[in-house]
Design a protein. Structure first.
Length: 306
């Protein structure tokens, strides 16, 4: 009987995601014996520091990757938006699951974004969300917040903030769609690279686990996130920069929309590129070239110099 150990962060959402992966793996291999190991990451331990202030990347994945390298786990489950594009030597991304709704959503006590009174406090821990919100509603007060979904929701219910912006997929996985006041339009709120999808990371030489993971890989999602991650990696921005991208495959054509912004949100660049869904890296590279020509590197260098 095949035995594997699955590593996950310990938050409620992360465990739900890992348990869903475990169920899918067992459906693919009914004889599979699997167990979950909860691992605390640096991002979980330090919930007071804004994500864009952390040195380096991968604050929610490094400890999981170390456990993989050390052989303590066989497979790590990540929210794909948290996984840096540069993966450590000896590890590889083996699969991406079917993407849930990739959009950002508003949770508020006062209805939709357009109806919020000037000066309303909106919480987010994401620079990408902050700059896009500022572009649309510069009259709102944007508050930096961290913590799991439960903590953020409590800040709304207790009146610490008037609303928060989070990923729709997180609420969907938790079964809390009824808390969503508004699904934010992608043309104004381009999501994070990989948002809505789960990534399975393994040791590169572990062919048996790779075969198991491939059984639950979702090809269109894989193509989309490959284009998105190629775009992000080529720009060299990493997870901290206000860079966003969303790929959508339809009838064999991959349409990739990208966004790059200055830290202050004054300059927001948007562009799209299309191409063969079977060559997602090429689509990502072409979008990068287009946005570099528009001045994207100036926005990114501004963040790196902070």
């Amino acid at each position: 009987m095949r035995k594997i150990t699955i590593g996950t962060r310990g938050s409620k959402l992360a465990v739900i995601q890992a348990e869903w992966i475990l169920t899918k793996l067992r459906e693919a291999d009914p004889g599979l014996e699997a167990s979950l190991v909860k691992i605390t990451t640096r991002g979980d331990r330090d919930s007071g520091t804004a994500l864009d202030k952390f040195a380096g990347q991968g604050v929610f994945v490094k400890e999981l990757e170390k456990a993989l390298i050390d052989g303590e786990i066989d497979l790590a489950v990540h929210s794909l938006k948290d996984l840096p594009t540069e993966i450590p030597y000896g590890l590889s991304l083996a699969a991406a699951t079917a993407r849930l709704d990739p959009r950002d959503v508003l949770i508020s006590r006062a209805g939709k974004l357009a109806g919020l009174a000037p000066g309303s406090k909106i919480g987010t821990g994401s620079l990408r969300r902050s700059v896009q919100l500022f572009a649309l509603r510069p009259d709102l007060e944007i508050c930096g917040i961290r913590g799991n979904i439960d903590t953020r929701l409590r800040k709304v219910s207790e009146g610490e903030v008037d609303g928060i912006i989070v990923a729709a997929a997180a609420l969907i996985r938790l079964g809390w769609q009824d808390k969503i006041a508004e699904y934010l339009p992608i043309e104004h709120f381009t999501p994070a690279v990989g948002q809505g999808a789960l990534g399975i990371e393994i040791r590169s030489e572990d062919k048996e686990t790779a075969s198991l993971a491939s059984a639950i890989n979702h090809a269109p999602t894989w193509q989309n996130v490959t284009a998105e991650r190629t775009f992000l990696r080529a720009l060299g921005g990493g997870c901290r920069a206000p860079i966003a991208a969303l790929g959508i495959v339809s009838d064999g054509v991959l349409k990739l929309s990208g966004m790059v912004a200055s830290v202050d949100g004054v300059h927001i660049l948007r562009a799209t590129e299309e191409g063969d869904a079977l060559a997602p890296e090429q689509v990502g590279k072409r979008l990068t070239q287009k946005m570099v020509a528009m001045g994207a590197l100036d926005c990114i260098s501004e963040l790196k110099s902070r």
